[in-house]
Design a binder for this molecule. Structure first.
Ligand SMILES: C[S@@+](CC[C@H](N)C(=O)[O-])C[C@H]1O[C@@H](n2cnc3c(N)ncnc32)[C@H](O)[C@@H]1O
Length: 216
């Protein structure tokens, strides 16, 4: 695959990430050992800054996994009276998330909805200040159709993994068969959010690629 960021630079930046409690370090270890893909701490720090800058209170996350990013989002938004709603389809991960949220003492700041986002999102009525999409890459386009009306004007939509470990620039014939559809859909998604008249989008080659879209 194509490196998005020089590995030495990435390691250096990671070494400067903020200190975090032991239970977060334990989650990082668990994720690595169990092949759970979570955002690295430097990306979590960037999301924290975006939440502070946008003064976001109502936050929605698609793709909780074990609630590592969810806890960072709650740390950023909760002091302003904010609340995180997060959705996870995998039962085992959702169970781990419940335990991790409890350990962080954030049960009253986070609502974890278990199930397929495709079934859950249409029933969400709230308007969100900040939406973080970090789930199945092939579904980003669908999520967007449902999520855009739920994002307040001035709100931020952050899409993770949009460079797919660099696969977005690999010629079609060099991609593994099962990657092709997901990469094609991601490219379509990026074209759509960068040309959407209601959004101002920046793609950042950071982590696995973040797209930050401001709703006008
Ligand atoms: C990259 S992980 C999320 C990592 C997490 N945001 C973090 O950084 O700590 C993606 C998660 O999305 C979940 N997921 C994928 N498709 C989903 C869907 N349609 N509805 C709900 N969850 C989904 C997966 O089970 C997986 O746990």
């Amino acid at each position: 695959m194509v490196s998005i960021i020089n590995p030495q630079i990435e390691e250096y930046i990671r070494g400067l990430a903020p200190e975090r409690p032991d239970y977060m370090l334990e989650m990082e270890r668990y994720a690595e050992e169990n092949y759970v893909s979570i955002i690295p701490p430097e990306v979590a720090q960037f999301l924290t800054t975006l939440i502070h800058l946008s003064q976001a209170r109502e936050v929605l996350e698609i793709g909780t996994a074990i609630a590592y990013s969810t806890i960072w989002l709650a740390w950023a938004a909760a002091p302003r009276g904010g609340h995180i709603t997060t959705i996870e389809i995998n039962e085992r991960r959702a169970a781990a998330a419940v335990e991790n949220i409890r350990q962080a003492g954030l049960e009253d700041k986070i609502t974890l909805l278990k199930g397929h986002a495709v079934d859950i999102v249409p029933h969400l009525k709230d308007e969100y200040d900040f939406i973080f999409i970090d789930a199945a890459k092939g579904q980003y386009g669908w999520f967007f159709e449902e999520l855009y009306p739920r994002l307040k004007p001035g709100g931020l939509l952050v899409s993770d993994n949009v460079l797919a470990e660099g696969a977005v620039v690999v010629p079609e014939e060099e991609l593994r068969h099962r990657q092709k559809t997901a990469v094609r859909r991601l490219r379509d998604y990026l074209r759509m959010i960068t040309s959407h008249p209601g959004l101002e989008t920046t793609i950042i080659p950071f982590g696995d690629g973040l797209a930050v879209s401001l709703k006008k």
